[in-house]
Ligand binder design. Sequence first.
Ligand code: KG4
Ligand code: ZN
Length: 336
Amino acid sequence: MKDVYILGIESSCDESSVSIVKNGKEEVKTIVLSQIDIHKVFGGVVPEVASRHHVQNFTIIMEELFLDIDLTIEDISAIAVTYGPGLNGCLLVGIEFAKTLAFIYNKPLVPVNHMAGHIYASNLEHTINYPALSLVISGGHTDLVYIKELLNFKIIGSTLDDAVGECYDKVGKILGLDYPAGPILDKIGKLGIHQYELPFALNDNSYNFSFSGLKSKVVNIVHNANQRGEEIIVNNMAYDFGNIIVKILTTKTIKAIKDYNVKTLILAGGVSANSWIRQAFLDLEESLGIKVIIPQIKYCTDNATMIATVGYDIFMKGKTSDFTLNANPSLSLEDF
Ligand code: KG4
Ligand code: ZN
């Protein structure tokens, strides 16, 4: 059978990325241009600024993509693009770029849900046995997703307020850390010891999460300390914060694994780059007797490899889009 090469395009937030994946499994080449340094000064992603940079970046990274590889755009079987969820203006840049390529080179256009991309980033290196469960943890999402079979998603639990990545970043900001604070808290927490009591909100029988109370608790501790002229030991706060996050995520996920009797657990999304969370979930493999899949760090944060990988499965299922494809900033996995 002829090889299928999918060109993936990702622009949902602050990473401009293009990638070519062969037969859904083999990464040929990926380029990720991060805008983190640009947004750092604002303490978070500024949508308008991000969209403008995507416009500048895509022509450059597309040219670079075909350098030093034995493929031309003619060899590409289909163009897969993220159309949601994400920032509207950012998504539109990637979509228009994909449509232009599809139109000029007469290629099928494959619409990809960004969160499905995060989940199926695991497909590159692993085989997923179904039914599976995915804990999707990113800057915008905290979802427990039951996956009955390939591309069949049911969200069984979600955050009722902040996403876990958002909580990392906001807590980091309160502590005076740079954006994105997740990786920094991950690192400095290792230097801390237990000092602060932090709450596990929504410690109930549901699969839902709540992180805003945890964030508020850190705000209160910091304000009270400031008023008393006391210093916050940031490493200790990062230690206690890291531990409570692990406890919340594992407690809810273990319950879902048992209730739904799944064969595979897939960790997905930018926050799954967190070393504490990775270790805690790997430990579950033995204690619960299930397969735990965690993508390599470079596939955890936003990238087009995951879009091309899942784009292959969508394409093989015969799903393509016409040129009316539009951005859907709040696209759900279940509308997929
Ligand atoms: O999936 P992603 O790249 O973008 C979204 O689609 O949201 O996730 C970004 C989030 C940010 O909140 C960032 O702080 C968090 O992932 N993150 C981490 C780590 N690396 C990235 N959070 C905790 N520990 C990390 N090592
Ligand atoms: Zn993402």
